[in-house]
Design a binder for this molecule. Sequence first.
Ligand code: ATP
Ligand code: MG
Length: 405
Amino acid sequence: MQYTEIMVRYGELSTKGKNRRNFIDRLGHNVRQSLHQFKNLEIKAQRDRMHIKLNGEDAQAVMDRLSQVFGIQNFSPSIRVERDIEAVKEMATKMVAEYYEPGMTFKINTRRSDHNYAYDTNEMNDMLGGHILETVPGIKVKMKNPDLLLRVEVRLNGIYLSFGKIDGAGGLPVGTAGKGMLMLSGGIDSPVAGYMAMKRGVEIEMVHFFSPPYTSEKALNKAKELTAKLTPYAGSIQFLEVPFTEIQETIKENVPEGYLMTIQRRFMLRLSVALAEKRNALAIFNGEALGQVASQTLESMVAINDVTTMPVLRPVLSLDKNEIIDIAKKIDTFELSIMPFEDCCTIFAPPAPKTRPKLDKARHYESRLDVEGLMERALAGVKVTRVQVNDEFLNEKKDEFAGLL
Ligand code: ATP
Ligand code: MG
């Protein structure tokens, strides 16, 4: 079937009153970014629907991309026919016949956005339904839960026919809820946290701490590759790499083992907040889940969160590991996340971190360090990369090839 357009229905936008226009404009922008490789598309974001005219582009490829854009409830590939009732009858029958299998039932559902058209919705339903009954042997009409539901929409510039609705990603258009910084490790949880933040409309920038030479170039590239996996939801994502070696070495030398983790995390959070302020972000997101590891107890959060009043949001906080893994698989980050490149925390992790660190002790041990100087030098070394859809950072084949030389 040669579809001519994709009709897109919005998600929760309709509840947003006068912000509606902003939401629609933003969604239009996000859809354009995410479909930019399809050069012939014409995208019109109107008040109640978005219409994507295909102009010969592959409908399936466009829909695969579209299904990742937040703010879309569902969409339908449609075929445009001239406003000539005979042409509509013919196309309606052709579409039903293509999907018909013996014993199936059908229904026509007509809707008019042009109320001046020669026939009203009942007349249209009757005429098209009658024609299909005459031409497709054995087919029956059923009003409730038919097997085939053909939607017909009468518009000023033509009549549009479509079957069924395909689920969109739901959520809100990325960027309509402001910006946040996501603390992205190479693990399973933080990419999922980022996905969930974006789902509710937050634009995210990645903050990644790395510690050369203790951590490899590969670990850094893994974090970038994880970022690339999330770009289809956002268009593009800024990746900020923060050198963390000096801070980790200093902490290791000066802080008792039980508090290594807590103090490291306090620095990570401080640095993330400093970057957020500089780049106009309003909150920090991370991948902490309650009770998962030593640093993720409420006591530990108290001792770490102490360094800022900026909201620290934890989208996966109350999910079980299995539930997080299910989402990681769905968004295709899981396989990457379990690749065994050491990240900076694994290397400096004490054998037995305190699960109930005390806030006053954390403050006390930290006061031995030149916090400001350490922060300043780390911030001076930050590198920013814009990661786009389809960017690649871990090229296994290239590495294998290099190994052979
Ligand atoms: P993840 O799977 O996201 O790594 P985790 O269960 O391994 O989570 P931790 O390693 O304790 O948990 O990290 C908790 C959170 O701290 C992470 O979800 C992430 O948000 C942040 N974090 C940890 N390491 C880094 C890092 N190297 N760079 C940036 N953020 C980090
Ligand atoms: Mg981790």
